[in-house]
Ligand binder design. Structure first.
Ligand code: GAP
Length: 443
């Protein structure tokens, strides 16, 4: 049997639409550029991804979670440097009118249009990536607020509140999952780069001088997280930011990159942000944000090691990594089984329940099993079409187990369980079903 991995993102886009992972937003109106909606299968996948990340962070004794507002005081973005510095150099091609980022389209030190290769371009001008809106009924400069371009600032401005309310001692971290918005000049590649996306960020507050060590610890911890998701390690690598790449707030930064079908790209960033953000908010707000170390009677502004990843980008990575085509030939004909080999704890649907016939008593028996298992897991009942086609559909959404209710079930009180990856089948009695499944569906 030949196994083919994903080599073309468009295959994933097509499967996503067909099976309900991701749809183009506002499709009936022709879609809205770079906006995507998660369907019934995709929204459950995304939720499982968030839960895995949230658990990896907040099950630790030294990390707590928060959920801050998207709209924040506009001064936050002055202090953070986003109003003045969160911009990309924008260029227009005078030949084909393509608009693109100057910094990512350089050939031998010269800017070249990625569409028509012309060098007949406008001068680069800075384009701020923050979306603006107005608070209240009057559209005037004084009422401008921004849709947050990163979740991190909601954590920095709450550092004092969280520390005081939880009495956590440094080192400790604050984790958050939430939407961010960037008016990207060139979004694209499905859910890889979009203008509205979800981030999963954790800011870890440490004593200055211990930051380098914590930076290394977090690099390793985040790499290990991807192992627990079952991601192919050969497709992951670190990329260290050189001086020219470092963000205005960072002393050091490493990306964890993944080899997507579009090539090696940033998946997650691990940044040493020093005390940049806390000192800026202290300066702009006039409020002290120092930490008092009771044991050593010391006061200081903590340094921050941050881990930041896009949830949508992580979903794309997980889907790209999980996709495989198993190709077999019979009588000169090619048969392709598409399988999304998700780790069971990430799989959107854990069990497919498939009666061999729509007729009674199989239907009622299968529905009873569905209702029972649905107390614990997201399961799917499917009675439409041949059993072979139903198995294939479950394979394409990555369901690790299918249960077939057959004509013997009412006699022997047992069902056939079919494993997604090996396609092996075994008989399991109904009273042992949950015991059988539970350990196999854990992280
Ligand atoms: N607080 C630091 C920060 O936001 P970043 O490197 O700009 O750092 C972190 O973003 C992660 O957010 C990226 O590694 C990527 O996974 C995700 N991300 C950033 N911009 C994105 C976009 N336009 N679409 C999808 N994901 C994005």
């Amino acid at each position: 049997m030949e196994v083919r991995k994903l080599n073309d993102l468009q295959k994933l886009v097509a499967l996503s639409k067909q099976r309900g992972f991701v749809f183009q937003s506002s499709e009936v109106y022709g879609g809205l550029n770079s906006c995507w909606d998660y369907g019934p299968i995709g929204s459950q996948l995304k939720l499982n991804v968030k839960l895995a990340w949230w658990k990896a962070m907040t099950s630790r004794n030294d990390i707590v979670g928060i959920d801050a507002a998207i709209l924040m005081h506009p001064q936050v973005w002055k202090a953070s440097g986003h109003v003045d510095g969160f911009s990309d150099p924008l260029v227009d091609c005078l030949d084909c009118q393509n608009r693109f980022r100057a910094d990512t389209n350089m050939v031998d030190g010269e800017i070249v249009c990625p569409k028509c290769e012309s060098k007949n371009l406008t001068e680069p001008r800075n384009f701020n990536l923050m979306f603006e809106t107005y608070m209240g009924p009057v559209k005037e400069d004084a009422s401008v607020v921004y849709l947050r371009p990163e979740t991190a600032q909601g954590i920095f401005v709450n550092f004092g509140n969280v520390q005081a309310s939880t009495r956590k001692k440094i080192p400790f971290g604050i984790a958050q999952i939430g939407k961010s918005f960037r008016n990207e000049i060139t979004p694209g590649n499905f859910i890889f780069r979009t203008r509205e996306f979800e981030q999963m960020e954790m800011q870890y507050f440490v004593k200055p001088g211990t930051d380098d060590e914590w930076f290394e610890t977090w690099k390793k911890t985040r790499w290990d997280f991807y192992k627990t998701l079952g991601i192919n390690q050969d497709k992951l690598r670190f990329h260290a930011h050189g001086d020219g790449e470092l963000a205005h707030y960072a002393k050091a930064a490493f990306d964890i990159e993944y080899e997507f079908p579009i090539g090696w790209q940033e998946l997650e960033g691990v940044h040493n942000r020093t005390d940049f953000d806390l000192s800026q908010h202290q300066k702009f707000s006039g409020k002290k944000l120092e930490y008092f170390d009771e044991a050593n009677k010391e006061k200081y502004l903590p340094y921050v090691v941050e881990t930041a990843v896009g949830c949508d980008r992580m979903c794309l990575m997980i889907m790209s990594d999980a996709y495989r085509e198993e190709v077999t030939s019979k009588d000169g004909k090619e048969d392709v089984r598409v399988v999304m080999g998700f780790a069971p704890h990430i799989a959107p649907v854990k069990v497919g329940i498939l009666p061999l016939s729509k007729k009674e008593p199989l239907k009622s028996l299968a529905l009873k099993i569905r209702d029972d298992l649905a107390q614990n897991w997201n399961v799917e009942y499917d009675e439409a079409g041949s059993i072979g086609k139903r198995y294939r559909r479950q394979d394409e959404i990555g369901t690790p187990f299918c249960i077939t209710v057959d004509f013997e079930t009412s006699e022997d009180n047992a069902v056939t369980i079919r494993h997604r990856d090996s396609m092996e089948q075994e008989r399991v009695s109904l009273d042992k079903l949950k015991e059988f499944l539970a350990p196999k569906l854990l992280a």
